[in-house]
Design a protein around this ligand. Structure first.
Ligand code: HEM
Length: 539
């Protein structure tokens, strides 16, 4: 009986607890909104701040926003919808998500504030550390402040010296394996998965000193398992990133298991390199053009001792450097197959400037029309279409407040700012009336303000290191850093993509588009086309 009474009491208490959860959440959300309202009223009374337009003032908890965002992700219209919202509400507007205000912006001036001018007012890790921690606990994406500086400095030697670390021999080997998969031409192929395999092979060779050979028909079983785990981890991180806090309700054990497999695989390479270092005292990275000896991992071991941070730094590159470059290559060829004039001009330039021999680093670096084509491909379809930061103190965005959109906006500590690279790249104010068209020639005259609206690698101190290094510091002047970056030529990611484009253009005279369907978003950690890149090469 006592047992029964206890049981009923427990069930009652449990039911009461469950019933109080939504009520408590409701009270919490109302409290939060009230204090936000009071604070923003107070600040706008004392200063000239004004709130930007609100997407839906009645959507108090962001429930409608969540439903609509989920619907658009499922329908693969999230990116198109984001542009539509900017058109409807202005370049900066507010929405509510999970009961909190979120500022959305595609205003280049505001993006510059977040990434460059007021860089220290924002943190990046809050929005993604939970996704990165299981795979790279102290890796650069999971940390901010002094910890971020430490993680960033680990890459300094490698990315400040792209010319030395860029291995043309590895590139050519990868390209030959890629070519075998499309040999002969005259048949329809989907380039998108092949580019992913190619960048997997190139990046693992660069990061660990040994390719995973994903393009090889005889890929070793262990390498295949590693690739499967790595790709699974990235896919799951992207899914959980979209789900936000809801993801904790879903099973995570398979994710953690895959993370362990990836870490174990990379650790084996670290152990081998450490032994090598112990034996010969010094691991000297080999910068010979045809050598496959150099790896980021060995470069790191040369300077650092902690195996865990070396592992995090290596895995970070496997997360950041593979799908992004594959996305850029896929978009470029999707566009080239639909713009014969650009293909013709690029091919003529390639044969004239480089001939049919594999290109040198210097030729790739100075190939300006190719640079324009890649810039334009990243403008039309940025591999990282949006990003977010959280204010770590009260701060300001310069534009977008009030009905005219000209007043500064008060950004409270803890507020999230989501900025859309996709939408800013489509701005007519920056790129003219034909902003939606693929026109590499526009880069011949672009300068100043327009360049401010081009941020495929982000900008400021936290700019993608695959974009170049020296210019990041900009002599300590953020303004110089910002503009200097636009002119940077030592860009690992661009040089890597350039090598592949040049070799394909040297090999094939023609490209034919085999897919009349419209481009449809496929969102992961990077952006792809749902239908791939179906083309036929000919001579
Ligand atoms: C076309 C190719 C690429 C694009 C568009 C791209 C874009 C980006 C963007 C937008 C960020 C900033 C993320 C943020 O702060 O939230 C970033 C960060 C980063 N990227 Fe890339 N990336 C590319 C290729 C690469 C490559 C090839 C590597 C390395 C080999 C690389 C390594 C990194 C790293 C380590 C970070 C973190 C930087 C930090 O937080 O300080 N990326 N990338």
């Amino acid at each position: 009986m006592l047992l029964e009474t206890n049981m009923f009491a427990n069930i009652f208490l449990l039911a009461l607890a469950i019933a109080t959860v939504p009520v408590s959440l409701l009270i919490l959300a109302i409290g939060r909104r009230l204090s936000q309202y009071r604070a923003s009223r107070k600040s706008s009374q004392t200063r000239d701040y004004e709130d930007p337009p609100c997407e839906n003032p009645y959507d108090l908890f962001g429930l409608l926003k969540m439903i609509s965002a989920t619907r658009h992700v499922i329908n693969k219209t999230a990116i198109a919808n984001s542009t539509e919202l900017f058109q409807r509400h202005g370049a900066t507007y507010i929405s509510t998500l999970f009961g909190a205000k979120v500022i959305f912006t595609c205003d280049p001036q505001n993006i510059k504030q977040v990434l460059v001018t007021r860089f220290i007012d924002y943190d990046a890790s809050i929005v993604r550390a939970h996704l990165f921690r299981p795979i790279t606990e102290h890796g650069i994406f999971a940390v901010d402040g002094p910890q971020w500086k430490v993680a960033r400095d680990m890459y300094r030697d490698q990315f400040s010296n792209t010319r030395a670390v860029f291995n043309l021999g590895v590139q050519e080997k990868g390209f030959q394996a890629f070519l075998k998969r499309i040999e002969g031409g005259g048949r329809q192929i989907d380039l998108q998965p092949l580019f992913l395999n190619l960048t997997l092979d190139l990046t693992t060779a660069f990061a660990m000193g040994e390719s995973v050979d994903s393009l090889s028909p005889t890929q070793a079983e262990g390498k295949k398992r590693f690739v499967d785990s790595l790709q699974f981890v990235k896919k799951r991180m992207a899914r959980d990133g979209f789900l936000g806090p809801v993801h904790v309700l879903l099973r995570q054990s398979d994710f953690h298991k895959a993370c362990e497999k990836v870490k174990n695989y990379v650790e084996e390479f670290i152990q081998k390199a450490l032994e090598k270092k112990r034996r010969s005292e010094k691991v000297t990275p080999s910068f010979e053009e045809d050598s496959t000896g150099y790896s980021l991992l060995e470069g790191l071991i040369e300077n650092f001792d902690d195996p865990a941070s070396i592992r995090d730094s290596v895995i970070t590159i496997l997360i950041a450097g593979i799908d992004s470059v594959a996305g850029l290559l896929s978009t470029t060829f999707w566009l080239l197959a639909r713009h014969e004039n650009v293909w013709q001009r690029l091919r003529a330039n390639t044969l004239e400037l480089i001939g049919d021999e594999p290109p040198t680093y210097e030729q790739l670096r100075n190939f300006s029309y190719l640079r324009n084509v890649l810039n334009e491909a990243m403008r039309v379809c940025p591999p990282v279409p949006f990003n977010a930061r959280v204010a770590n103190r009260d701060t300001v965005l310069l534009h977008g407040g009030g009905p005219s959109g000209t007043s500064p906006i008060h950004v409270r500590k803890g507020a999230k700012v989501v900025f859309s690279t996709w939408a800013t790249h489509r701005s007519q104010a920056s790129f003219g009336e034909n902003a939606l068209d693929f026109r590499p020639e526009r880069w011949e005259g672009l300068k100043g303000e327009a360049l401010l609206g081009f941020v495929p690698f982000n900008s400021g101190p936290r700019v993608c290191p695959g974009r170049g290094w020296e210019e990041i510091c900009g002599g300590g002047n953020p303004e110089v850093g910002y503009i200097g970056l636009m002119l940077a030529k030592e860009q690992y990611a661009i040089i890597e993509a350039s090598y592949v484009v040049v070799r394909i253009l040297q090999t094939f005279g023609k490209i034919r588009n085999c897919d009349e369907r419209v481009w449809t978003e496929k969102l992961g950690l990077n952006l792809f086309n749902e239908h791939g890149v179906l083309v036929e090469f000919g001579n």
